[in-house]
Design a binder for this molecule. Structure first.
Ligand code: FAD
Length: 538
């Protein structure tokens, strides 16, 4: 197999890849058996000449002959395909079925592999199935009627279900490609297998999670909604069961905890049960919105549709010399909307999502600043208290009915409460159930807003129009990553509680859909090494 990197193609070119490869490397004529696009990135640095930059795996007939001719080209090498490690089952008999807590990407992929391998997991998800959840969330967004157990953070598919569905990750692991292939099998577009920054959108994601749930059940698993784990039953430092909704007990010796970063009551329950955990840094700030056309022009120089490209993305970072903190864009959603993402009564939280088409005409991104235990203390739940404090302030500022405080960049920099722009396409804002003009300095720490004030003009020099005075910001964005880490050992087990496997973003081992999915899958696979699959009667 050849690995060809840095293969540049003008975005306007319509010729098939095979012809383009043979044009560049004539020795490949008649030799190509299969082309696999590993990655396709867009390079828009030399506008208006924009190129796709491909990484390709190319299966060829006579590799030796070809490498004699191309061996000196630094962009061409040979490789053996890397397969994920074979899954090994152990010998120990399981007395009870394993329990997976949470049906976000981590829980879903743990359950998926457990079910595929015959371990018949019981999945307990506190929120509702995706159809009911979509209704509850829409009701919240349109009326402000908030449901603490069925919202953007809780329910089938986890936090990412109402998202842009970006499937990028900085993690590299052979199992990721296998997981992405499953996502395609269950409804994701095939392009996620090779695009540099793949995304599926909330609309596609909802269908995918449902299809994966059905597969888990078909393989012998159970998936229960409205089933919150309210306690762990421990005997001599070994998990022996879980309590569901304070009433029902399920016996189990294996608990895979993929609870996400917003299950604060579950964090508290685990803390009081003596499960070791520690506080960790994360970031807080606001959502900022721009006309998508402004971002497109800044990034590509022309309308992306003319190039056959989608709405443009951006990523900006500012390192503040005065404080050592970093301000950065996070979870940027091209052509999307800002969404109300609270998971507790009396709190306002912003986040972003988009549909697959990314066609809303509005670009939004978190604009956040790093915070850490120096700000909120080293108590494991210190970060949770910190998040709650600022989310509650945003709720007060928004008028106590889940409207978000909004401030334009101009008013923010001038420290004044202005007005909410209405009917101005150059000043879009999309948060529902609504916004209230306010001073965002009142719902964020000064050490965060100070850095934001220095970062905004800096970002404006990188992306034209970014810091124009009419641009709107809504707050607060507090759920960038987990505020704590639930400790685990090299076998992914809690160091003090046997049979408890913390995993995914909430435990502090992932950041995003793909890394959480991988962490769930790999945690389950790791545990299988010790245990025999169950029979249908067990
Ligand atoms: P979660 O997805 O949070 O899942 C945890 C699940 O556990 C939840 O469903 C919860 O209800 C359940 N649970 C919690 N406690 C209990 C309990 N006691 N009993 C039973 N069930 C329980 N990431 C990306 O990579 N790309 C994006 O485009 C993207 N956009 C996002 C947009 C939004 C609006 C949000 C909120 C997040 C977004 N993220 C995105 C982040 C991504 O969703 C998370 O990184 C990912 O979902 C983490 O997966 P997880 O399985 O670890 O946790």
């Amino acid at each position: 197999m050849l690995r060809i990197i840095n293969f540049r193609v003008d975005v306007k070119t319509k010729d098939p890849l095979e012809a383009l490869l043979v044009h560049k490397f004539p020795v490949l004529k008649g030799q190509i058996e299969q082309i696999h696009v590993v990655r396709r990135a867009v390079d828009a640095r030399k506008k208006p000449h924009i190129t796709f930059v491909y990484t390709l795996f190319v299966a060829v007939r006579d590799e030796g002959h070809i490498m004699k001719r191309l061996g000196r080209d630094k962009n061409v090498s040979t490789m053996e395909p890397i397969e994920p490690e074979t899954i090994v089952h152990g010998e120990q008999r399981l007395v009870h079925r394993p329990v997976v807590v949470g049906f976000g990407p981590a829980g879903m992929l743990a359950a998926f592999y457990l079910a595929r391998e015959g371990y018949r997991p019981i999945v307990l998800e506190r929120g509702q199935d995706v159809d009911q959840r979509a209704k509850d969330v829409e009701e919240f967004w349109s009326t402000g009627h908030f449901k603490p157990e069925s919202n953007v953070q809780f329910g089938e598919g986890g936090a990412g279900t109402f998202s842009d569905g970006k499937l990028t990750t900085r993690v590299t692991h052979p199992r990721l490609h296998e997981i992405a292939k499953y996502f395609v099998q269950f409804g994701a577009p095939e392009e996620i297998l090779y695009k540099h920054k793949p995304h599926v959108g909330t609309d596609v994601l909802r269908g995918m999670v449902k299809a994966m749930r059905e597969q888990i059940i078909a393989w012998g698993g159970d998936v229960r909604f409205g089933a919150k784990v309210t306690n762990l039953i421990l005997e001599k430092s070994q998990v022996t069961g879980v309590v569901v909704n304070d009433t029902e007990t399920i016996s189990t010796n294996l608990v895979f905890a993929g609870i996400g970063h917003s299950a604060r009551d579950t964090y508290e329950m685990m803390y009081h049960a003596g499960i070791p955990m520690e506080s960790k840094p994360f970031a807080v700030g606001v959502r900022i919105e721009h006309p998508q056309a402004m971002i497109d022009i800044s990034q590509y120089g022309i309308e992306p549709a003319e190039l056959g490209l989608g709405a443009a993305e951006y990523s900006v970072v500012y390192h503040d010399k005065e404080t050592g903190r970093t301000a950065y864009s996070f979870c940027m959603c091209p052509g999307g909307e800002v969404v109300a993402s609270a998971s507790e009564t009396g709190h306002v939280v912003t986040n972003g999502m988009s549909l697959y088409a990314r066609a809303s005409g509005v670009a939004n991104s978190a604009l956040v600043v790093t915070v850490g235990p120096d700000d909120f203390g080293t108590h494991p739940l210190g970060g949770v208290a910190f998040q709650r404090e600022w989310e509650a302030k945003a709720y007060e500022l928004g008028g106590r009915d889940y409207k978000a405080p909004l401030q334009t960049v101009g008013d923010f920099l001038a420290h004044q409460v202005g007005t909410v722009p209405v009917g101005q396409p150059e000043a879009p804002h999309s948060y529902r159930p609504g916004v209230v003009a306010a001073d965002l300095h009142e719902c964020l720490p000064t050490y965060v807003t100070d850095v934001m004030e220095r970062a905004l003009p800096y970002f404006g020099r990188r992306i034209k129009g970014f810091d124009e005075p009419q641009i709107c910001m809504t707050g607060v964005e507090t759920r960038t990553s987990s505020p704590l880490r639930i400790l685990r050992d090299d076998d992914r087990e809690s160091p003090t509680i046997k049979g408890l496997y913390p995993m995914g973003e909430g435990a502090g081992y992932a950041g995003g859909i793909m890394s959480a999915a991988l962490d769930g899958a790999e945690t389950a696979i790791r545990v299988m090494v010790a245990y025999k699959p169950l029979t249908a009667q067990e």
